[in-house]
Design a protein. Structure first.
Length: 371
């Protein structure tokens, strides 16, 4: 099975990461009159947990909901990608992996994702059960914790326009990698001034009694003690970032550090910010209508991992034009024609694993990795 990873145009590769690491990349991008919310739970001791969501405004439309979780595994075979979400059996797509979090003889730590949109209706308690679990900080396969991310849209169009960017990766710190890691998160053009912004980050395998820490745009955000944020082996932070993002910004910087004694693994980072970007989804206009915006072009939105093996593209005034998929050596491996303006899918079933770039009108429009 091929899994498609989108790579943000401004991604900074981390040369000090371990050889097995998956550097952070843009998994999902949406521009919407709405926002995201998120919650998390530890799964370490029993493979069960509850996530409470309480801050979605009334009368919102749920655009997308996804569950992310990390399992410690003997090998990245994808065979621990299952569990129950509010009683519904789900299986996850493997997004990233690195070496284990000092759990020898366990060899790998894997990030999974499942689309749970059909099972999310808004605020409430979402129960996770039946996930494989190690039963504690012991060298046995199982899940560390899970994070739920919900994207919502205002059908009345009263909320400000925001770009929501989700990055995913797996960079093990201390065990087979460096003591700290950093990455740039791009994909947005912030308003000037920024009137509203939020952030979230998830870090796996934080152990009780540790003092790991992280920065956003050079600001110390907090210490990860691996105990109650929300629980053992899973730190998830979510909050306001309005004052931390300068007006007109097109990126933010993240830094995560082990305290020197704890093997940890950042896996998800999320930014939402008021932006000047063209809408990619507008629930007030109908199911497929999009705001044209000022910029004409073909835009890379997000991946459709798993059996679909496709990418989501958005055309703004580019219908009928040609685009190319180019490999790392500059050779054209696939050509396409934009079928219509608005969002569409482009199949990559016939493309071999590797790094590719999308080219339109002679310009690179983003890169993606096919595994």
């Amino acid at each position: 099975m091929l899994v498609i990873y989108l790579v943000g145009a401004g991604l900074t590769q981390n040369p000090s990461a371990g050889s097995k690491a998956t550097d952070f990349y843009q998994l999902y991008r949406e521009v919407v009159r709405g926002d995201f919310t998120t919650g998390a739970t530890s799964l370490l001791y029993s493979g069960t947990g509850s996530i409470v969501i309480s801050d979605i405004p009334s009368n919102m439309v749920i655009e997308r909901a996804g569950l992310f979780w990390v399992c410690e595994e003997y090998a990245p075979t994808g065979d621990l990608n299952w569990g129950y979400f509010n009683g519904n059996y789900i299986t996850g797509t493997q997004l990233a992996y690195d070496c284990d979090n000092c759990w020898d003889p366990i060899d790998m730590s894997t990030l999974y994702y499942a689309d749970v949109t059909p099972y999310v209706s808004g605020n409430g308690t979402y129960n996770l059960t039946g996930f494989p679990y190690p039963g504690g900080f012991v060298p046995v396969e199982g899940a560390d914790g899970a994070t739920l991310v919900i994207i919502y849209c205002d059908p009345q169009g009263n909320l400000p326009k925001k770009t929501i960017s989700i990055y995913a990766g797996a960079v093990e710190l201390l065990d087979c990698g460096p003591e700290g890691t950093s990455w740039l998160q791009t994909g947005f053009t912030a308003t000037n001034p920024v009137t509203n912004a939020k952030y979230a980050i998830s870090v796996a395998n934080t152990q009780m009694g540790s003092s790991n820490y992280f920065y956003l745009n050079g600001n110390l955000m907090g210490y990860m003690y691996g105990q109650d944020h929300p629980g053992p082996s899973w730190d998830h932070w979510y909050g306001d970032a309005t004052s931390l993002i300068p007006g007109g910004s097109t990126s933010v910087s993240w830094e995560v550090y082990s305290d020197g004694s704890d093997c940890i693994e950042p896996v998800i980072s999320i930014i939402s910010v008021t932006s000047t970007d063209a809408l990619t989804s507008d629930c007030s206009l109908g199911s497929e209508e999009r705001e044209p915006g000022r910029e004409r072009g073909l835009f890379l939105l997000s991946s459709l991992p798993g059996k679909d093996r496709a990418i989501r593209l958005l055309s703004v005034g580019a219908a009928g034009t040609e685009f190319l998929v180019v490999n790392a050596t500059g050779s054209v491996v696939k050509e396409g024609v934009v079928p219509q303006d608005g969002e569409f899918r482009f199949s990559l079933r016939d493309i071999a694993p590797g790094v590719y770039a999308l080219v339109w009108d002679g310009k690179g429009r983003g890169s993606f990795l096919v595994r």
